[in-house]
Ligand binder design. Structure first.
Ligand code: DGL
Length: 263
């Protein structure tokens, strides 16, 4: 058993959707969330940049004595998790688009995947897609512009809905009945996505699966915290702290804690 914290990081606020699933399943674990908002979006940045940022955040988290790290970002998982696994011995859990459950659920055998351009172009994603493309048609679409809108201090609903419509309508037209949210930011706007997708399109993300995998890995390594009391959640960001505080109030359901600076 270990009361040490668990690190969770993303390019910005997107990973809060994963953090929420972890919090629900493991409320007694101390969590440290790092939003690299000064460098969001990661999607178009390229692997080298994302690897460097991920290493920087890992070093910070290691100095905080974390016992495990969740890469709460599909783009960073695709670009950097292999490098991180070579360097760090602690349990490292990544996230990838939930194509498997989507393929199992789809009745029309047509699945839409909305993710960043970086995720869609990655080898990791292409091999995931190839594993299922014999059984289902997979329509991918880069959600270009969505992360920037989600990170804005004021959410521009009209622009957001118009952008979503332009991404989701072609999937509808091709018969998709299931939509995979392949970027953790998109789960934060699930209600707007559901509004555009309509009641017949099933929406799938990976939050619960990641939380369960974290739990499994902690238990397997004897690192789970067996204390019954609720543990703290700490928030750090490389971005403008005032904006981060506003975003936390919008996307984090618990009373907002103070956001501190990531050097
Ligand atoms: N939230 C991230 C993901 O799951 C990254 C979005 C971005 O920074 O482009 O891919």
């Amino acid at each position: 058993m270990s009361a040490s914290p668990i690190g969770v990081f993303d390019s910005g606020v997107g990973g809060l959707s994963i953090l929420h699933s972890i919090r629900q399943l493991l409320p007694h674990e101390h969590l440290i969330y790092v939003a690299d908002s000064a460098h969001a979006p990661y999607g178009p940045k390229g692997d080298n940049f994302i690897v460097q940022r991920s290493l920087h955040i890992m070093e910070y988290l290691k100095a905080r004595q974390v016992k495990a790290v969740v890469v709460a970002c599909n783009t960073a998982t695709a670009a950097a998790i292999a490098v991180l696994r070579e360097r760090y011995q602690l349990p490292l859990i990544g996230v990838e688009p939930a194509i498997k459950p989507a393929a199992e659920q789809s009745r029309s055998a047509v699945v839409g995947v909305l993710a960043t351009s970086g995720t869609i172009a990655s080898d990791k994603f292409i091999s995931l897609q190839n594993r299922f493309s014999e059984h289902v048609q997979i329509i991918t679409r880069a959600g270009t512009g969505l992360v920037e809108l989600i990170e804005q201090p004021q959410l521009d609903e009209a622009t957001l809905l118009a952008l979503l419509e332009s991404f989701i309508r072609p999937m509808h037209d091709k018969g998709a009945d299931t939509l995979v949210l392949g970027c953790t930011h998109y789960s934060l706007i699930r209600s707007q996505i559901a509004k555009v997708a309509g009641p017949r399109m099933h929406i799938v993300d990976a939050g619960t699966a990641v939380a369960k995998e974290l739990q499994r890995r902690l238990v397997a390594s004897g690192l789970d915290n067996l204390l019954a009391s609720t543990a703290p959640v700490q928030f750090l960001s490389s971005g403008d702290l005032k904006v981060q505080q506003q975003l936390l109030a919008r996307y984090w359901p618990e009373p907002a804690a103070e956001v501190t600076a990531l050097a």
